[in-house]
Design a protein around this ligand. Sequence first.
Ligand SMILES: Cc1ncc(COP(=O)(O)O)c(C=O)c1O
Length: 398
Amino acid sequence: MADLFDKFEGLTNLRNSLVFENADPYQIVMEDVISPTEAMIDGKHTILAGTNNYMGLTFDQRCIDAAQNALVASGTGTTGSRVLNGTYSAHRELEATIADLYGTAHAMVFSTGFLANLGMISTLAGKDDIIMIDADSHASIYDGCGLSDATITRFRHNDAADLDKRLGRLNAGRRVLVIIEGLYSMLGDKAPLADIVAACKKHDAYLMVDEAHSLGPYGANGQGVAADEGVLDQVDFIVGTFSKSVGTVGGFCASNHPDFEILRLASRPYMFSASLPPSVVASATAAIKIIKDDRTPQQNLWRNAEQLHTGLTEMGYQLGAECSPVIAVLIEDRDVAVRSWEQLLGEGIYVNLALPPATPQNTNLLRCSLSAAHTPDQIDKILAAFEKVKKSNSVNQS
Ligand SMILES: Cc1ncc(COP(=O)(O)O)c(C=O)c1O
């Protein structure tokens, strides 16, 4: 009998072809999480240099207190959809906090960032519409497209001229939704927002920007790359997540579109999934207020990013992009990448091992991401481990 799992043979072979000696990069268990930047892994004290905890807020007392109070006051969960019994005053307050951050009339909270993309994209773009996405888009953007009935086109990564050309080829009168990310999570490269906005305006296309990795690090109030580039008011839909800088879980979309509220009754991933629990809503609200009002975490994050980026560059490592909170070390040979990842872990440093097909341009990456909570001493330790690995492997030496 044919087996439903036959289709995974290729993936199984790929998985089995990864040779590692001591640690499986995809079976890491954080046995004890000590702080935003430290955990016990396999009994060893480890510096975390591969989380998305950009603002370092997961242990912030203000967020913990807010979550604890909400947990005690309102219980462990809402047990219902936002459109039935799952909207508490706190959900509305969180949406008002997001709308305030972006200066928009509306904001809608989803239960994850993945669901925000599914819920927005699949609902906004219908049968007669066109979606144009950056080729390096996150899986949730691709899956949102898959769930919509629209025609999907990809343009070359971060290439506003290619977008302009493709938009120019469309018949007048077609409704187009262009989707990009503010900061791309694998290589840490930023979108050329001003040029993309110009192309969208020229061709009357709507623009959605997913600020998943840029909410927090970028912008005078941490809103993201669109704000940093001064084009926030020209973006139609800002999507984001609470699972990175906000330090919990959940997702959102903010917009000024006058009919935005109807989406609450049209978006199936919004309607047919239980709303976020009160504790999560409370810590997200507290974290977003900190991101908006307190510049210290953002400054510390950039100090750390620059220290690591400069240090790795000086060692001769090839990096994915200019300095950003995501610093990807490119390793040509896959086996060397796996071995280097294991060696780093052996040195007490956890980074993300990212391999094709999950990476752009078939690159093998040791993906580092920084936190405001890293100390300069921790960054020195990360650099020392990379130095040691480089010496023993001669990785990436030109
Ligand atoms: C660009 C982008 N969008 C959306 C998501 C999904 O966010 P969440 O973890 O909240 O589901 C991610 C998460 O990795 C992401 O990188």
